[in-house]
Design a protein around this ligand. Structure first.
Ligand SMILES: *[C@@H]1O[C@H](CO)[C@@H](O)[C@H](O)[C@H]1NC(C)=O
Ligand SMILES: *[C@@H]1O[C@H](CO)[C@@H](O)[C@H](O)[C@H]1NC(C)=O
Ligand SMILES: *[C@@H]1O[C@H](CO)[C@@H](O)[C@H](O)[C@H]1NC(C)=O
Ligand SMILES: *[C@@H]1O[C@H](CO)[C@@H](O)[C@H](O)[C@H]1NC(C)=O
Ligand SMILES: *[C@@H]1O[C@H](CO)[C@@H](O)[C@H](O)[C@H]1NC(C)=O
Ligand SMILES: *[C@@H]1O[C@H](CO)[C@@H](O)[C@H](O)[C@H]1NC(C)=O
Ligand SMILES: *[C@@H]1O[C@H](CO)[C@@H](O)[C@H](O)[C@H]1NC(C)=O
Ligand SMILES: *[C@@H]1O[C@H](CO)[C@@H](O)[C@H](O)[C@H]1NC(C)=O
Ligand SMILES: *[C@@H]1O[C@H](CO)[C@@H](O)[C@H](O)[C@H]1NC(C)=O
Ligand SMILES: *[C@@H]1O[C@H](CO)[C@@H](O)[C@H](O)[C@H]1NC(C)=O
Length: 552
């Protein structure tokens, strides 16, 4: 699974998987990953260690001649080991900026983005990698981090054990033997977006502190943060926190590597549930593909659950009234999360039969394929990237820990976004128009709801076609540095579906071009002209009768 998971559907999906997994476990004795060879170590000026390898030199992933890549761990303490994978820009690594990419979850790994979306390589069904010509390192150095601890290859400690087949959490070898080596974490230590922001700033500073020793060529201090899905929470919160900490470095009240913040990008993000929840029922029946995924009874139920007394909206408002500090506060916010997800968002999954991440697809959607997960189990690949634990694409430990605080419905992320919109940085929101879970109706509503100095000008700017080389890929509303782009024919993982448009959304944002055409450098008063609504429609997509049963 990718993006963020759905608690209400986990038991169903897990139980069918459980039986075959238990059967297989009783038949197969599994090996534990071997220790990687040739790992190098750096001690950074801020006294952290970076353990790394150069996967590209062993033929793994970025094999473009002359383009270096590094992967391994930033060790902040004996109990904090964060996996990173850094790729030089293919263009001008010395002068191009540094971009941090984060996928969502909570608990989903950023290597999803690397291998399925915007990274330098993708993986074939034959488990061989091939170069992605639309990788975002065409124009920027890119850092992928697996966060928080427990996700991807990041860990506090490790142990030989197994995954509980029903809950998906890590158990030691006394339950089902040693089926693999897994990360052991106390996921309750980092169980909110705000705490994850603090932890990731430390990791980023650890990495940047060691960067001159790791790759002396990288000179630019220009920094971008791009995120997706639950990254609608991570993006605003992390950027805002990073920016404040950076200001402390600038005025000498903190030590570290000072950055020059350039942009925040959010792809199909869940930023604010109070605003976005209302668009689940609407998108389910009145989307641009002419699909009516649920009948009127179910639509009315979803709408009523959202608006009724003590329904989704009321409960989210109650969460907002709390300080979000005590167990009681958390319980109120968790209950709101469950109310909204089970009754407003969820009925589409139960009754619609259509994709979580793409309304054109069946519920069990094999798109995009996740061959990379198997690729990361190859001994040669694990050795080349410097890891000796089994890969965790999506950590249920982390997911459940965040679930316990109700972070999903906290109201502070749109406030963070409003603060960021006052800064001299670019903010781009991009939404694939076929995604249900973070649909573009909700994203558009966020763009129109945010209050900041130029909100009125932004709201009255019109939609204009977003084109690359004369081909229309979407519609953009932009005023100054802030833009919202609806991208056609794209599910949740936009760079997978529309790699050309995604790369230009990124490129134009980073280097100050207008998002719609990439022909002018935007000035403070730049505005798009056009219709007030993004009215483009697509033809109806019938649900394939030969839908895949693969659950991933
Ligand atoms: C864990 O990784 C090892 C080495 O790649 C592999 O042999 C083993 O099957 C993996 N365990 C699971 C449960 O996938
Ligand atoms: C660096 O860390 C090591 C142990 O992690 C410690 O022994 C040493 O004193 C530290 N050095 C400085 C300069 O802080
Ligand atoms: C330094 O910057 C931080 C963050 O903006 C601010 O809170 C603090 O007051 C500043 N301190 C001084 C001494 O300027
Ligand atoms: C469908 O959505 C459009 C706006 O996107 C709105 O104008 C129209 O009233 C909606 N139709 C129904 C039946 O809700
Ligand atoms: C609508 O769909 C639900 C769920 O499939 C079903 O129980 C109900 O009878 C349907 N209602 C109508 C009016 O078709
Ligand atoms: C929030 O915390 C403050 C200070 O601890 C307290 O006075 C106030 O009553 C709290 N508010 C709520 C709604 O819990
Ligand atoms: C727009 O963002 C760029 C950084 O990407 C910044 O240099 C510029 O000052 C910003 N413009 C405004 C009007 O804030
Ligand atoms: C923006 O301000 C308006 C008017 O004060 C308010 O109704 C709206 O809720 C605010 N939007 C957000 C996202 O806070
Ligand atoms: C980035 O955008 C600019 C402006 O549209 C364009 O000239 C340049 O070719 C783009 N770079 C890439 C790698 O596509
Ligand atoms: C939008 O229209 C205004 C007023 O006619 C014009 O000044 C501006 O250049 C136009 N914007 C674009 C992007 O064409």
């Amino acid at each position: 699974m990718r993006g963020f998971r759905l608690v209400l559907l986990l038991p169903l999906a897990a139980s069918s998987w459980a039986l075959s997994e238990i059967e297989r476990a009783s038949m197969i004795t599994r090996q534990l990953p071997k220790a990687p060879t040739g790992v190098k170590t750096i001690t950074t000026p801020n006294n952290f260690t970076i353990r790394y390898k150069e996967p590209g030199s062993e033929g793994v992933c970025e094999t473009t001649p002359g383009v270096k890549s590094y992967s391994g761990y930033v060790d902040l303490s004996p109990r904090s080991h964060t996996f990173f994978w850094f790729f030089e820009s293919r263009r001008d690594p010395a002068n191009d900026p540094v971009t941090l990419w984060l996928n969502g979850g909570p608990g989903s790994d950023s290597l999803i983005g690397l291998f399925e979306e915007l990274g330098p390589c993708h993986i074939h069904s034959s488990l061989e990698s091939y170069i992605n010509p639309y990788s975002w390192n065409e124009v920027s150095n890119i850092l992928f981090l697996s966060q928080p601890l427990g996700v991807g290859f990041s860990y506090s400690e490790t142990e030989a054990g197994s995954l509980n087949p029903l809950t998906g959490v890590v158990e030691d070898g006394s339950f089902a033997g040693a089926q693999g080596r897994y990360p052991v974490v106390d996921a309750t230590i980092i169980d909110t977006t705000d705490l994850a922001a603090h932890a990731t700033w430390e990791v980023l500073q650890g990495f940047l502190g060691g960067l001159p020793q790791l790759d002396a060529e990288i000179k630019s201090k220009e920094f971008n943060l791009w995120t997706e899905s639950y990254g609608g929470h991570y993006g605003p919160a992390f950027f805002n926190y990073f920016y404040e900490q950076n200001a402390r470095i600038a005025n000498g009240t903190a030590h570290g590597v000072q950055l020059d913040f350039k942009s925040l990008g959010i792809i199909n993000g869940i930023i604010d549930e109070a605003i976005q929840a209302s668009y689940y029922p609407e998108f389910a029946v009145n989307n641009t593909y002419g699909i009516k995924a649920v009948n009127e009874t179910v639509y009315n139920y979803m709408k009523f659950a959202n608006e009724m007394p003590n329904g989704c909206q009321d409960q989210v408002a109650l969460c907002k009234l709390t300080n979000r500090t005590s167990v009681a506060d958390y319980a109120i916010c968790t209950e709101a999360t469950n109310m909204c997800r089970d009754n407003v968002e969820g009925p589409y999954y139960q009754f619609g039969g259509r994709g979580v991440y793409d309304i054109r697809h069946p519920y069990n959607d094999p798109t995009p394929p996740s061959y990379y997960v198997e690729y990361l189990q190859k001994d040669s690949v694990m050795d080349a990237i410097g890891v000796d634990i089994n890969y965790t694409e999506a950590s249920n430990d982390v997911y459940y820990a965040f679930q316990q605080t109700g972070d999903f419905v906290w109201p502070n992320f749109i406030e963070d976004l409003e603060k960021i919109l006052q800064l001299p940085v670019r903010v781009s929101l991009g939404y694939g128009d076929a995604d249900y879970i973070c649909n573009w109706f909700g994203g558009q509503a966020i763009s129109l709801a945010v209050n900041y100095t130029h909100a009125a000008q932004f709201r009255t700017a019109g939609y204009t076609p977003m084109t690359v080389d004369g081909v229309e890929y979407g519609e953009t509303r932009e005023y100054g540095n802030f833009s919202f782009t609806r991208i056609y024919q794209a599910g949740h993982e936009v760079p997978y579906y529309q790699p050309i448009a995604a790369l230009q959304l990124f490129n134009r944002t980073l280097f100050g071009w207008d998002i719609a055409a990439g022909t002018t450098q935007v000035s403070p008063g730049y505005r798009t002209n056009g219709t007030s609504r993004a009215t483009h429609t697509e033809s109806y997509v019938p649900l394939s009768t030969t839908s895949s049963e693969t659950v991933h």
